[in-house]
Design a protein around this ligand. Structure first.
Ligand SMILES: CC(C)(COP(=O)(O)OP(=O)(O)OC[C@H]1O[C@@H](n2cnc3c(N)ncnc32)[C@H](O)[C@@H]1OP(=O)(O)O)[C@@H](O)C(=O)NCCC(=O)NCCS
Length: 191
């Protein structure tokens, strides 16, 4: 496997890059403070920008590890960060990982996360050498499943009471994955 940390990626509308502490205010205002965004996530909305700064301080430290891939999503037209996408549960032996993502509600429904996830999937297969990329969503959060489907991920099933929600409830989650061998069949991933 070839881990080079959070490499800068670019799509027609987006720049995916490392966070900096200067992103704190935009992160707080654009998505991290919003209960609507965190409704189905494992973390609670930040109450003040200090919480966002503290969170980003730990993210910056984590970048010392080349296996950490945690991007902020910058919308080129706005020159602001509007969300994030990253990996978790990296398993080197299995060449696998999970992906997770979120963006501010102002930008929902414009194909932005599908654009970001497609680029991240390409990067993980082609540059990092992953064989399997998985993702899951709370069973009620069907829009997230649509993003996964649009990026060529396949529905695998429902894991009952598998993850804790941000209010401590056990969530049923839908799981999806894409394998390296699926890649060639996907026109959208060829370039
Ligand atoms: C889930 C989330 C990332 C989707 O991001 P997005 O940029 O709006 O997604 P896209 O625009 O790429 O949409 C993907 C598909 O879902 C559809 N969709 C988007 N919002 C929708 C809505 N409110 N209702 C129905 N369908 C919707 C889109 O139409 C698109 O399908 P289509 O292009 O074939 O029509 C975003 O809603 C979000 O950040 N939610 C909060 C955090 C979260 O839930 N993260 C995922 C945790 S698993």
């Amino acid at each position: 496997m070839n881990f080079n940390g959070t490499c800068r990626l670019e799509t027609p509308r987006l720049i995916l890059r490392k966070f900096t502490l200067n992103d704190s205010q935009e992160m707080f205002e654009n998505w991290a403070s919003c209960d609507e965004v965190t409704k189905y996530l494992t973390w609670k909305a930040h109450e003040d920008v200090e919480s966002t700064k503290k969170f980003l301080t730990s993210v910056l430290k984590s970048y010392d590890d080349p296996k950490v891939m945690n991007w902020c999503i910058e919308l080129k037209e706005l020159r602001q960060v509007i969300g994030s996408i990253g990996t978790a549960e990296i398993n080197e032996e299995m060449e696998s990982c999970e992906v997770g993502y979120c963006i501010g509600s102002k930008w929902w429904g414009r194909g932005i996360m599908s654009e970001a996830l497609r680029e991240v999937i390409k990067f993980l297969f082609k540059k990092v050498g992953m064989n399997r990329i998985g993702a899951y969503h709370d069973i009620r959060n069907f829009v997230s499943g649509k993003v996964m489907q649009k990026c060529g991920m396949r529905f695998e099933g429902v894991f009952r009471e598998y993850k804790k929600s941000n209010s401590g409830d056990k969530m049923d989650v839908c799981t999806y994955s894409i394998l390296r061998k699926d890649l060639e069949a996907m026109d959208i991933l060829k370039n």
